[in-house]
Design a protein around this ligand. Structure first.
Ligand SMILES: C[S@@+](CC[C@H](N)C(=O)[O-])C[C@H]1O[C@@H](n2cnc3c(N)ncnc32)[C@H](O)[C@@H]1O
Length: 252
């Protein structure tokens, strides 16, 4: 285990109590992804929510498709414990090590807002696709490069490091799938969230557990410079943009 994965787990663990209340974008995205999975023709086999956290995506799928009972896979115990799913459906597992045994012959491997945390998202995506049963489905929603443009702009103008989490390239993810099969859905989504000021946004990231490796601390002087250069909209709000990619593919 690397120091940064330990930081990440500790940060998510400490934020677990707030996560469900704060993670509105994650909930909206999970609902949308589950909606796409609502009527997929699935072969027999297990369904897994990878990087499930408190089971946001598994819960959204269960509400839209009650016949499915997904396994929840995550390596952060405090987040998993918040899930409504019974403990025997929860798998404490580090996805950087590949998939857990429960994924053998999977009918559906799905993941929302988690793939970008893995050390090599492209390799893991190919690994996931290869572990599906023939006719099984991959359904992924993930923030990608291009997000946080206001933050990057502020860092450039202020001459300080941009400590936002590095996100995978959306086209590289698509190509990772295309090495095996053409995705049946490839959707780009852009969400902009307004905050009263940049500190409110950074506080929210902390409350969601997205710190540590995601936003390494700046010294106080650099942070003040960064905040001074953060672009506002014409109503004085700080705008934060997420670029998201939704990908669905069926293994031949
Ligand atoms: C932003 S949360 C998203 C949780 C949930 N999918 C949702 O949409 O609300 C990212 C999740 O990925 C998990 N995660 C990150 N890296 C992981 C790894 N290497 N192995 C297992 N889970 C991991 C974190 O513990 C966390 O629960």
């Amino acid at each position: 285990m690397t120091g940064s994965s330990l930081d990440r787990r500790t940060a998510f663990g400490q934020a677990a109590a707030c996560y469900a209340a704060r993670a509105r974008l994650q909930q909206a995205l999970a609902w949308r992804l589950a909606h796409h999975c609502r009527s997929l023709p699935l072969p027999p086999g297990p369904v897994l929510d990878l990087g499930a956290g408190p089971g946001t995506l598994a819960g959204a799928l269960r509400r839209q498709r009650p016949d499915l009972d997904p396994w929840l896979v995550d390596d952060c115990a405090p987040l998993l414990q918040l899930a409504a799913a019974p403990a025997e459906r929860q798998v404490l597992w580090d996805l950087d090590q590949g998939l857990p045994p429960q994924a053998q012959g999977a009918a559906l491997l799905m993941s929302s807002f988690a793939l970008h945390w893995l050390a090599d998202p492209v390799a893991q995506l190919q690994h996931w696709l290869a572990h599906l049963a023939p006719g099984g489905w991959l359904a992924v929603a993930v923030p990608v490069a291009g997000s946080f443009d206001g933050w990057r702009q502020a860092a450039r103008r202020a001459g300080v490091a941009c400590t936002a989490l590095a996100l995978p390239d959306g086209d590289a993810l698509r190509m990772a799938i295309e090495a095996t099969v053409r995705p049946s859905l490839d959707r780009r989504l852009r969400f902009t969230v307004g905050y009263p000021n940049p500190l409110a946004f950074l506080r929210e990231l902390r409350q969601l557990g997205v710190q540590g490796q995601a936003s390494g601390r700046l010294r106080a002087g650099s942070m003040r410079r960064l905040l001074r250069h953060w672009p506002n909209d014409d109503r004085g709000r700080t705008l934060l943009t997420w670029e998201l990619r939704l990908l669905l593919a069926c293994r031949p």
